[in-house]
Design a protein around this ligand. Sequence first.
Ligand code: UD1
Ligand code: UDP
Length: 356
Amino acid sequence: MKIATIVGARPQFIKAAAVSRVLRKKKDVREVLIHTGQHFDDNMSKIFFEELEIPQPDYHLGIHSLKHGAMTGRMLEAIEEVLLKELPDAVMVYGDTNSTIAGALAAKKLHLKVAHVEAGMRSFNMRMPEEINRVLTDRISDLLFCSTKDAEQNLKREGYEHMDCCIIRSGDVMYDAALYYAKRAQRSSDILKRIPFSDFVLCTLHREENTDDEATLKRIISALTKIHSAIPVVLPLHPRTRKNFDRFGITCPLHLIEPVGYLDMLTLTSHSKMVITDSGGLQKEAFFFHKHCITLREETEWVELVDLGINRLAGTKEKKILKAFHSFIEKPFKTKASPYGKGDASEKIVKALLAT
Ligand code: UD1
Ligand code: UDP
């Protein structure tokens, strides 16, 4: 059986690493890895391949730094050529990036089986590029692997039960990844030696709606600066955000570092006092390591964390962010819930994939 895996952006390397580790142990399975090139800096791409021991991509398409239409269009064209040459039995796509929708669409038009990992996630905000990618990818996928009960319910509510596809609640592959790689991080990450504080808040910020609008970005930085005066805020800076700091002339007094690899990120998360982020993946990782999370968005796909009271949606208003910070900083983290499965999502995904 030949499986083509499409990756392109940082979170997809982590998700695909978890599944590939299982897939590549199976007899008579060949994985063809296609990297669209969406993320291309060494610390946004190469480091993940090295640390997570993902094999070198069979194809590297080198498509990046374009507007949505141009990026997705060029990916579609290039992925189609590869799929026509390889004719895999199934195509795996992950998450909600432009690489995801391009991979799914190229495959579906060639009548290849499409498997979507992290299907059914919804923010119900169609202004988010990711929401558009999610909804469209789900609609043309044959196997829909859901991380959570809520995701499965979203699909059922949208009528997927009556469509020609298969919904499987697998659990979340990022949980598998966090469990597996946290042990490695303990052995090999030395990031704490490079952070001059023992107590710190970990922050990431990269969503288009937060970073491309000057007023919004300035408001968020102003709130974070106030938090920084109480406890240092460590911010591994996404290139999109760095570019916008330059564009808007923002000087940021937080403890800025370059984007770090996954093992360092797991170490930072597990040693932080709290997480503040607009990332999808990091909201879950905060939970995996029992940290409260302030989400710099008005809505989240990971609603169960909000329902559990351990993730607060603070949006981008300074007052709300500071209020959430003060309510979480001394609060003990308490929950026994496990909404993301048992850490065996990758096993379930591979089993279902090979059975079809
Ligand atoms: C993309 C995804 C987003 C995901 C994020 C993960 C889409 C629509 N968005 O957003 O869902 O959460 O990845 O991090 O697919 N850049 C560099 N070097 C890099 C990568 C990006 O300089 O290695 C620059 C690009 O040139 C561009 C900007 O960062 O100017 C944004 O990159 P892009 O891939 O368009 O989107 P992300 O914000 O990374
Ligand atoms: N991450 C990382 N280094 C960083 C920032 C994030 O390894 O400097 C990891 C993070 O721990 C998570 C994943 O990247 O596993 C999430 O990616 P990102 O926030 O870029 O995207 P999203 O999850 O929002 O799509």
